[in-house]
Design a protein around this ligand. Sequence first.
Ligand code: SAH
Ligand code: SF4
Ligand code: F3S
Length: 480
Amino acid sequence: MKKPLIQKSEPNLDLAFKRSKTPTKIDYDSIIISDRLKSYANHKKAFIRTYGCQANVVDSENMQGILQEIGYELTEDYNEASLIILNTCAVRENAEDKVFGEVGSMKRLKDKNPSLIIALSGCMMQEPSIVKKIERVYPQVDLVFGTHNIASLPTLLDEVIFSKCRIVEVYSKEGEIKENLPIVRSSKIKAFVNIQYGCDKFCTYCIVPYTRGKQRSRLKEDIIKECQDLVNQGYKEITLLGQNVNSYGKDLYDDYTFASLLEDVAKTNIPRLRFTTSHPWDFSDEMFKVISSYKNICHYIHLPLQSGSNDILRRMGRRYTLEDYKKLVVRLRELMNDVAISTDIIVGFPNETEEDFLKTLECVEFCKYDSAFTFIYSPREGTPAAKIEDHVSMEVKHDRFNRLVETVNKYSQEKYKQFEGKIVEVLVEGYSKKDESILTGYTTDMKLVNFKGDESSLGKIIKVKIDKAHLYYLSGEQVS
Ligand code: SAH
Ligand code: SF4
Ligand code: F3S
């Protein structure tokens, strides 16, 4: 028998686009869990799969915390789960295709076990057309919720389980800040800490400002306390997270900036401090000063370029020019001769010309990135760029993409090669997936290192002598 569908609230892109001057509400209340849900969950197994960026990783960690508080046990094998949550990403179409494939294949699990609950959450659920499709085509999905109502998970689960219906509850609003959510972190060594939510930049190709709401900064006290707690628990690395960390605080304080926060967190003496993402638009002078004055701030900067053509940058709404961007890179290198720089690049923005593309290639040659995340432009319904009639064929886009990857790899390989024979510091995170006798971790400048070493080094920062550079990692042997 088909379960009835209750549409409590559905996503709406016009509402998601709105920005007001209303101050952000901060909620410190704890979550509410019914007794009947607790007795129902009682050591049942729950599985979460996370797609997309670190914002989703932290959301999943919070959901894990909530599920554990309800009484679920977390599992890494969805075959044994009574509850499956797919936490989705909407940034490109291929991310969405993966989710639909997964949901389709989960139908057989549901056929075997009709009491299995399948829930979908995250950015994709903020898109009206996606939710409509799920309602229509995927009856195996019991619960759909979005990025603004993770804290309601216990109430939603209670309803889905005890009223035996399918529920859709997605809010399209500017968003609040929910402090004190329970959390089960995926690592005991390194942690992500949100410093701001949402985004107000509205780059013309990007869906994130619609799926995540307005840019809202957490109070500095709440962030610093979370970081201090992590230090006290023995964490070795913190990454401060936001879509535009450089604009932290602008919605809250007159004279407390991202540079001030970075300095305060550095003073907690966390051994390694990182941050992402830095929008090139508002990289301030104070930031340069703080980054170069604290030894624990890693000399690794992710600085998304997107395109090397000023015309495309303007049409993307990025608000910097190629010249501004290059100046930033030169300054970073002048200040820290060992700095590693990575980037994001999109090829095939609507009507990108060969000339535009060559400017991107030239910029890659100029910046000699340590690594780059490269994407083919994917139209996102509701964004301004998706309305542009595009005259460039997919064949041309793929050809440009391949040439870009080739150029990126050439410089990346050169950077990695420079490490051969050198000794680097590595934070040891675990074992290599391919070979359990090999340890693995990252250098301060984000190079993956696989090495022969001592198991007792797990969770410590140790020295490794590099013997060989590969395309995406270094290999070597522990020396201390
Ligand atoms: N806030 C970050 C980026 C977050 S999204 C910033 O502005 O730098 C991560 C990356 O996905 C972006 O940098 C961009 O390169 C890519 N991306 C976003 N929307 C895309 C789209 N519609 N098609 C292809 N790539 C996209
Ligand atoms: Fe998207 Fe631009 Fe915001 Fe980054 S800054 S999340 S690319 S809109
Ligand atoms: Fe994807 Fe949402 Fe992050 S769209 S990239 S999971 S903010």
